[in-house]
Design a protein. Sequence first.
Length: 136
Amino acid sequence: MKFKDEYHEILFWIIMQKMNCNDVYSQSVAYLIALDDVCRNHIEEIFDFKENLIRRESLHKGWQTGTSKKTTRLTFNLWNGCCTDGEIYTDKNGDKNYLPSGRYSVSDIFCCSYAPYYWEAVKIRYPEYADTDEWE
């Protein structure tokens, strides 16, 4: 694993101790939350360690910055495939659905200085493809 700095690595291991599981989902979440200074300061608002779930409402908090939102969105996406900021629409049958957001696109998320670390988080989440150029 490539860490941004020593504190990133230390906080990663601290978060991993708080996680209910040591799987690739938890590792990618811990890695990303530990990466970003703003996310570091709001860990409990982004992830519920007791319930083992992401807190979608954290995207709408006043403390979020442009970069921390990118980090949070990638965290959510790697955790459970989330690609919505919580906006709801009603379809023609009257069913309520989450509206997908373009803010989860690769070009939007990876357009920042954290891109090499975001890529590292993807490799953590999908280890079977981390060291290969071949997709089967």
